[in-house]
Design a protein around this ligand. Structure first.
Ligand code: GLU
Length: 447
């Protein structure tokens, strides 16, 4: 790390004490931008990085609601509107018990570069609450979402900020959030994406993130003279992203042999295919957040309690769960298995030391901000669909998604090559995303 990076990181640490995830994500990005900043001294003069690491706006608010027993509950809600250089803020809303400003800021910061990589006009933002939807009734979730939106609605809008789903926020939550937004704002517009197709949602948005990850991984394999067909894949998670990923992998002839939940992982050597894929998502939608019942239902599948799936030997690993899922010891397992590829599905699923270890040992890594950008890209297409009062067909959407993912891969690979870094998609994605935002910031003056 050079002295300029140290200076910027120091600012981040002092201004955001104790927010380890945010520090981690800024460090990962700034280190890879060192050659860019050396080539563009004008950015330092313009205080560009100082501005980039400071969110444009952070909103934090009380979310009171009444549970089924009549007791009043209070959560804390957030929206971090990080950077609007290339478009209105765009990014999901996460409901999870571990949500706090450090997680919100890291997600919003990542989102700036991810959104820039899509090539679409969207800035970076993220929101959420320390609310755990697991085990809550529909009524409780509805009351929570309505209370959350009662504050959030005044900060969002079609040209200001457009939230969508993320962990803990699926079709049910989006429906409640949109219903309340529409009533409060008296406007039926594209302020929320990830809607159901019967009320303005985009055909293909649900599977977009997962499909996009597989399109991206496919580009990685092809660029290295390999193909997806016949590959054994281990993933983590069993939510929407994991589901879309599994479905597309299956379609391309690869086999998911393990997936995980918070209670352990499932090893299914026969592969998660056909009705098993449907059951997989049914399990997630049950709200129980456990994967053990899969092993009870499908003989041959084994449930390994309390362990992570990274100990299973595979050709390709795709973490689709949470941040920091892959720690150094997991990275060692992955390297020991002889795998050549890891493609990040979740946001920041790998710790910086695990990432370094993987790359130093020859594993080709597809970084999340590039690989999982298909979800937000389709959200932006949904905004366009709504604004144009029209409906796009699934074929139109899938074709556009595939093009976007191939472009992201190619621009990340080209940026790395331009800086003499070889086929380093981690640095390349950071550089390509940054350059777009940096140029827009320079053109717009000190704002
Ligand atoms: N939460 C998703 C992400 O991490 C999607 C955001 C969106 O569609 O706005 O990119």
């Amino acid at each position: 790390m050079n002295s300029l990076t140290e200076k910027y990181l120091d600012i981040v640490k002092k201004r955001n004490p104790g927010e380890a995830e945010f520090h981690q994500c800024v460090e990962e990005i700034l280190v890879s931008l060192e050659p860019v900043l050396a080539k563009h001294p004008e950015y330092e003069k313009a205080g560009l990085i100082e501005r980039l690491i400071e969110p444009e706006r952070i909103i934090s608010f009380r979310v009171p609601w009444v549970d089924d027993s009549g007791k009043v509950q209070v959560n804390r809600g957030y929206r971090v509107q990080f950077n609007s250089a290339i478009g209105p803020y765009k990014g999901g809303v996460r409901f999870a018990p571990n949500v706090y400003p450090g997680v919100m800021k890291f997600l919003a910061f990542e989102q700036i570069f991810k959104n820039a990589l899509t090539g679409l006009p969207i800035g970076g933002g993220k929101g959420g609450a320390d609310f755990d939807p697991t085990g809550k009734s529909d009524g409780e979730v509805m009351r929570f979402c309505q209370s959350f939106m009662t504050e959030l609605y005044r900060h969002i809008g079609p040209t200001t900020d457009s939230p969508a789903g993320d962990l803990g926020v699926g079709p049910r939550e989006i429906g409640y959030l949109f219903g309340k937004y529409k009533r409060l704002a008296n406007s039926y517009d594209e302020s929320i994406t990830g809607k159901h197709i019967i009320y303005g949602g985009l055909n293909g948005r649900t599977e977009a993130t997962g499909y996009g990850i597989v399109y991206f991984a496919d580009c990685m394999l092809k660029a290295n003279g390999e193909k997806m067909e016949g590959k054994k894949v281990v993933i983590s998670g069993f939510g929407n992203v994991a589901w879309g990923t599994t479905e597309k992998l299956d379609e391309l002839g690869a086999k998911v042999i393990a997936f995980s939940g918070p209670d352990g992982y499932i090893l299914d050597e026969a592969g998660v295919t056909g009705e098993k894929i449907d059951y997989f998502i049914e399990l997630r939608n049950s709200g129980k957040n456990i994967c053990q019942p899969y092993a009870d239902k499908f003989p041959g599948a084994k449930f390994i309690a309390g362990k992570k799936p990274w100990e299973v030997k595979a050709d390709l690993y795709i973490p689709c769960a949470m941040q920091n899922d892959i720690q150094l010891e997991d990275a060692k397992n992955i390297v020991a298995s002889g795998a050549k590829f890891m493609c990040e599905g979740a946001n920041m699923p790998t710790t910086n030391e695990a990432l370094e270890y993987l790359m130093a040992n020859g594993v080709i890594v597809g970084p999340c901000k590039a690989a999982n950008a298909g979800g937000v890209a389709c959200s932006c297409i949904e905004m366009g669909q709504n604004a144009g009062h029209t409906v796009f067909s699934p074929d139109q959407v899938h074709a556009q998604l595939k093009d976007i993912m191939v472009n992201i891969h190619d621009s990340a690979a080209a940026a790395a090559k331009e800086y003499g870094l070889g086929y380093n998609l981690v640095a390349g994605a950071n550089i390509a995303g940054f350059m777009k935002v940096a140029q827009a910031m320079m053109m717009q003056g000190v704002v």
